[in-house]
Design a protein around this ligand. Structure first.
Ligand SMILES: Nc1ncnc2c1ncn2[C@@H]1O[C@H](COP(=O)(O)OP(=O)(O)OP(=O)(O)O)[C@@H](O)[C@H]1O
Length: 239
């Protein structure tokens, strides 16, 4: 049984698609990273994208999150074709509706944990006191207590990743894109980070697209799709 199976009744096949990718292709120079990849991310679900190194997982995540424009194919979110949006509109949408976490959380080293998490709120126009208060609440939800005033370099890897997840979720996004969020962590810290992410995403109804090559991490998902040579094989989709 996967950690996610208990939640499939509410977040599984019944949920409508939040984001739909069809026939995505993307080349980096001569390397065809994606060759006709299609998938759906449903509202509120945790979807694991797995596959061998170089199969195109990160490129797919970048296309879905509107960070990279595909060479061909479409990404539809809330009726909008992301690949056709002007850059300004796309970056605004990324700020309001999406959260992103990478392997090395990319917290700003000079800022404390609470100021890192407050940053997206400040950028959205929230007053500083309010932003810091909400950031503190989100850090607490992620089990980062008593670390609010530490800088990333003073935190453990697991704490820093939980702070990065709090920063990705603090604005109440519809979808969070996490690229190997525990890739640099040991097994215990991985479990802590994934438990916090799965719990918090389910509580807030946020969909999570999780790129991983780690079966321990994929086990937290409601569903898994496997990429092979830049495409999703229908035979390799588990519901
Ligand atoms: N910026 C880039 N420039 C050139 N080639 C790239 C670039 N990004 C990715 N690639 C190549 O595209 C292919 C797919 O890469 P991608 O990172 O999407 O796969 P991945 O499944 O996430 O791999 P990994 O698990 O190793 O991170 C690989 O062959 C990779 O070397």
């Amino acid at each position: 049984m996967t950690h996610g199976e208990t939640a499939t009744a509410t977040h599984g096949t019944a949920a409508p698609p939040l984001l739909t990718a069809r026939g995505l292709a993307k080349a980096h120079g001569r390397t065809e990273a994606l060759r006709g990849a299609s998938l759906e991310l449903r509202a509120g679900e945790i979807l694991a994208v797995t596959g061998a190194s170089g199969s195109g997982k990160s490129t797919l995540l970048h296309c879905l999150a509107g960070i990279v424009r595909p060479d061909a194919g479409s990404v539809t979110y809330a009726g909008l074709r992301l690949e056709k949006l002007p850059e300004k509109r796309l970056s605004e949408l990324r700020r309001t509706d999406f959260g992103v976490v990478f392997q090395f959380g990319q917290l700003i080293p000079e800022l404390t944990a609470v100021d890192n998490v407050a940053l997206p709120l400040l950028l959205a126009g929230t007053a500083r006191t309010e932003a810091r208060a909400r950031a503190g609440e989100w850090l607490e939800r992620f089990g980062v207590r008593g670390q609010e005033e530490l800088r990333p370099g003073e935190m453990s890897g697991g704490q820093a990743q939980r702070a990065a997840l709090a920063r990705a979720l603090v604005t109440g996004p519809k979808a969070v894109f996490a690229d190997e969020p525990t890739g640099a962590l040991d097994s215990l810290a991985t479990e802590e980070v994934m438990t916090a992410l799965a719990h918090t995403a389910r509580e807030s109804g946020t969909a999570v697209l999780l790129v991983t090559h780690d079966a321990q991490v994929a086990a937290y998902a409601d569903r898994e799709v496997r990429l092979r040579d830049g495409a999703v094989s229908p035979l390799e989709v588990t519901a």
